[in-house]
Design a protein. Structure first.
Ligand code: M6R
Length: 608
């Protein structure tokens, strides 16, 4: 995820911008750059690589000046390279811009600007903003930015400087974070508070559709239509470490709470006229989709669990047979693959050794591989034939949370898109799914209401040595993920079972007081699930049910119910996983273990 910083004041900007960027490194990046006005011109230095590479270049040719912007880039449009690194400029370097987010209509704008004679030097969506600024320039920086922004759709936070008005730094926010730091005789912008905490604790947190105009001594807030915004600064009392976690105690909790935004970002640009449109992203032609006679989904760990949901969704929507396999098994078992097989690999990091090997194995056998990954430019992304990126942003906690929910979103989008192309689902049904997908960010927010209850539940189960998770259908797939989370974080032995399978063996393990988390959200199999719950209740289990909030039946059978907001059954996993993530988080805390770095585990498993 890109990071933005900006400075205007009496000091030299270069060092402040570099230090600010170093505090945003946690967001992940592949290149970095600065633009500083030196009293005559805007000078740019940018490079692929680490901040150290940028600092090395600057040690040879220092950028002097008191106003500037800086950026760490996490590639979205175009590979990591010097050309694609920010800041971007117009042809005469009158404007320099840094951007975090995605401009959805950049192709359209690029074509229009190219037709007007603008020449593009990068593959980025950001460069259209710089050229657009030059195109609509009316001699006033603020109104020029307002005009340019009115042409943009998507998510963006921007920092802009202009050679003609070097006493102003302009910042804009639309759905990507941006804060303004207020100092004495100096002011700042940044994607996140840690970048400016060394200089000031007084900040404005910009809201969507707002902009800030910074001079050395003042900050003016307004909406992008010019309406003034009056707000008091917020005093930040966090220390640096807390600030890096956005005020949360751990990265995992922060990432759990980032899920609504991550889902919004992953949906962004992929819905058109009430349907899914991936035609600009994947090059599979309709006739090639018609050729597919089976799908294999291959992944590890949490990504594998997302694949299990994918199986349900694809089979329901496309009636194509889908197998889901653990990558470390798939790669060695000589699977049946033909040139009509579509292999979908799922990997947050894009570097998991087994998943990468499975990808190569599938390609060797003639299959096309479509990757769902969170890291642009990762090995998986580079080697796959098709890529759908999840826009979860960097996931730092070892336990995967927002990567999982965005993988689900990618799978829902892909399956719906295939159904539209193949005509295997009625268009109205596809529209219903799209509508419900759009409700998800808000419904995930509402799901957080259960956090206090989950905390109490965690203290109840923390002393147990064994735990069970039960579910049927999609609920079973989510139960597996909940159980994995619990194992890796709390080190409690936990099992997830398809509820109907319990009586074929594991029921023998159920004894007085054992906690059993039972997911019962799927209407068509609800009665069956109740019967299975009764089986464990009869043996003395403490049963915690998870149900949709309109369900009044479950509470009659279980000891406690955690409710999730309403959503169509198919999309329920995106909501039910949230209380399970929180339960493992709080149980881990109760037991006093390291949440973000569980023992024996690594974030990216690049060895077999
Ligand atoms: O980066 P990947 O998605 O390929 O990683 C796969 C697994 O190692 C990963 O999902 C792991 O299971 C999670 N960290 C568990 O929370």
């Amino acid at each position: 995820m890109c990071g933005i910083v900006g400075y205007i004041g009496a000091k030299q900007a270069q060092q402040i911008l570099l230090e600010g960027l170093s505090k945003l490194e946690y967001r992940g990046y592949d290149s970095a750059g600065l633009a500083i006005y030196n009293g005559e011109v805007i000078q740019i230095e940018k490079t692929k690589g680490r901040l150290k590479d940028l600092a090395d270049r600057l040690s040879v040719s220092e950028l002097t000046g008191h106003i500037g912007i800086g950026h760490t880039r996490w590639a979205t449009h175009g590979k990591p390279s010097d050309q694609n690194a920010h800041p971007h400029t117009d042809p005469e370097t009158r404007f320099a811009v840094v951007h975090n987010g995605i401009i959805e209509n950049y192709m359209e704008l690029r074509e229009e600007l190219t037709a007007k004679g603008y020449h593009f030097v990068s593959e980025t969506d950001t460069e259209v903003i710089a050229k657009l600024l030059a195109d609509v320039d009316d001699g006033d920086l603020v109104s020029t930015v307002q005009k340019a922004v009115s042409h943009l759709t998507g998510a963006f936070a921007l920092g802009v400087i202009n050679q003609a008005e070097p006493d102003k730094l302009v910042a804009v926010r639309f759905a990507s974070p941006l804060v303004v730091g207020v100092g004495k005789g100096e002011n700042f912008i940044a994607s996140d508070i840690p970048a400016i905490l060394k200089y000031t604790r007084d900040v404005y947190v910009l809201e969507d559709g707002e902009m800030a105009v910074l001079t050395e001594d003042q900050v003016h807030l307004m909406k992008t239509d010019g309406t003034p915004v009056k707000r008091k600064t917020m005093r930040v009392t966090w220390d640096m470490e807390t600030a890096e976690k956005g005020g949360y105690d751990h990265f995992m909790l922060k990432e759990i709470h980032e899920q609504p935004q991550a889902i919004r970002d992953t949906l962004s640009g992929r819905l058109k006229d009430g349907l899914v449109d991936l035609s600009g992203e994947i090059s599979l032609l309709p006739q090639e989709i018609f050729q597919i006679d089976r799908i294999q989904i291959v992944a590890c760990g949490t990504a594998y669990h997302a694949g299990l949901i994918g199986k349900y969704v694809f089979e329901k929507f496309t009636r194509l047979p889908v197998e889901v396999e653990i990558a470390s098994e798939y790669r060695y078992r000589n699977p049946i693959i033909t040139d009509r097989t579509l292999v979908i690999v799922i990997s947050q990091s894009g570097e998991t050794a087994d998943t990468l090997a499975a990808l190569r194995e599938a390609q060797k056998s003639g299959a096309k591989v479509l990757a769902i990954t969170n890291v642009v430019g990762s090995s998986v992304a580079r080697e796959a034939n098709e890529v759908i990126t999840t826009w979860a942003g960097p996931e730092i906690a070892v336990a995967s949370t927002k990567a999982y929910t965005t993988q689900l979103i990618a799978l829902y989008l892909l399956a719906t898109y295939f159904a539209q192309v193949l005509g295997t689902k009625d268009e109205n049904e596809c529209r219903e799914v799209v509508k419900s997908l759009q409700q998800l960010p808000v419904q995930v927010e509402k799901t957080f209401d259960c956090e206090t209850e989950i905390k109490e539940l965690a203290s109840k189960i923390a002393d147990h040595e064994h735990l069970f998770y039960l579910g049927r259908g999609l609920d079973h797939a989510v139960a597996l993920e909940g159980s994995l989370k619990m194992k890796e974080l709390s080190y409690i032995h936990s099992e997830a079972y398809a509820a109907g399978e319990l009586k074929h063996g594991p029921l023998a393990l159920i004894e007085e007081g054992i906690p059993v988390i039972s997911l019962a959200t799927q209407e068509s199999i609800f009665e069956k699930m109740i019967s299975n719950i009764q089986e464990v209740k009869a043996r003395g289990a403490y049963v915690v049910g998870i149900a949709k909030e309109d369900n009044t039946e479950l509470q009659k059978t279980v000891d406690q119910v955690i409710y999730i907001p309403p959503i169509i059954d198919l999309l329920v996993p995106v909501l039910t996983v949230v209380p399970l993530q929180l339960l493992s988080y709080y149980t881990c805390l109760e037991r006093g273990f390291d949440v973000d770095k569980p023992r024996n585990l690594a974030k990216s498993v690049t060895v077999e």
